[in-house]
Design a protein around this ligand. Structure first.
Ligand code: GLU
Length: 263
């Protein structure tokens, strides 16, 4: 009996040690790890033309995708080393934190609350929030949304800024911009509030939608990383790409090609 108990104890300790070893080690996605892996995994959007979308051939395209490719080229000195992971405004932070991606390039504004939980590169574009309505709408600006319904996409900076600017607005949330447009067209709300850059894209695709001219915020877009020392080298490389591409006119050329101007 005594022997049996000792054996059982040894077995338990053995199993516990084994389990501890099998436990997933935290992945440290340093620049070094990425170089060794042989590709960089970047989260991008597909519902925000012209920043992130799928072209006629189903290929990822847009300003954010071009920047991602420049970053891939700078890390590996060759093209085709970026693995793209599609995400939305509502799941982009989760995908970053759960280590599905090394970084996120997804029309993401730097905000004080995001800075507490993420690291950001230097800004690569400045947008501003605006209002999209149906043609003939009586809404002529943000204030007219008082007592009305406005659509936001979950996980965007529009929700808090809209609540602060128009306390009596009723907010309707959707997961993607495609759903948001459908909601607006079906009369589920009076307007969509989001970045001008994204709303311009939506209005270009649909002649029945109108973008109001005024901008209500400053939205600096930057590349997002997990917070911590592991990201330091990555942030440095990405900042190098952004600053060099801005100096040599590459970013300006891309902005011109996509018809986007800095706010
Ligand atoms: N720039 C805004 C944000 O970061 C909106 C971006 C988006 O909808 O993709 O929340």
């Amino acid at each position: 009996m005594y022997k049996k108990i000792i054996l059982l104890l040894i077995l338990t300790v053995f199993i516990l040690c084994g389990c501890a070893k099998a436990k997933k080690e935290p992945v440290a996605n340093t620049l070094d790890d990425i170089t060794k892996r042989g590709n960089v995994i970047i989260g991008i959007k597909t519902d925000t033309y012209p920043f992130g979308f799928k072209d006629k051939n189903g290929k990822y395209a847009g300003y954010d995708i071009d920047l991602a490719n420049l970053i891939g080229e700078s890390i590996f000195n060759e093209k085709g080393k970026v693995k793209f992971v599609p995400l939305t405004a509502s799941d982009r932070m989760m995908k970053l934190f759960s280590e599905d991606v090394d970084m996120v390039i997804a029309t993401m504004s730097v905000t004080p609350s995001r800075l507490q939980i993420m690291d950001f590169s230097d800004p690569y574009y400045i947008a501003g929030q605006s209002v999209l309505v149906k043609k003939g709408s009586k809404i002529k600006g943000l204030r007219d949304l008082n007592g009305k319904k406005a659509i936001i996409v979950f996980g965007t900076s529009s929700e808090s800024s809209l609540r602060a600017a128009v306390p009596n607005v009723r907010i309707v949330g959707y997961k993607t911009y495609d759903e948001a447009v459908k909601g607006l067209k079906q009369g589920k709300a009076d307007a969509i509030v989001s970045d001008d850059t994204i709303l311009i894209g939506l209005s270009l695709k649909d002649g029945n939608l109108v973008l109001l001219p005024k901008r209500y915020s400053r939205e600096p877009y930057a590349v997002a990383f997990r917070k911590g020392r592991e990201s330091e080298d990555l942030v440095r490389v990405v900042n190098g790409v952004i600053n060099e591409s801005s100096r040599n006119g590459t970013l300006q050329k891309l902005q011109k090609n996509y018809g986007i101007k800095k706010y």
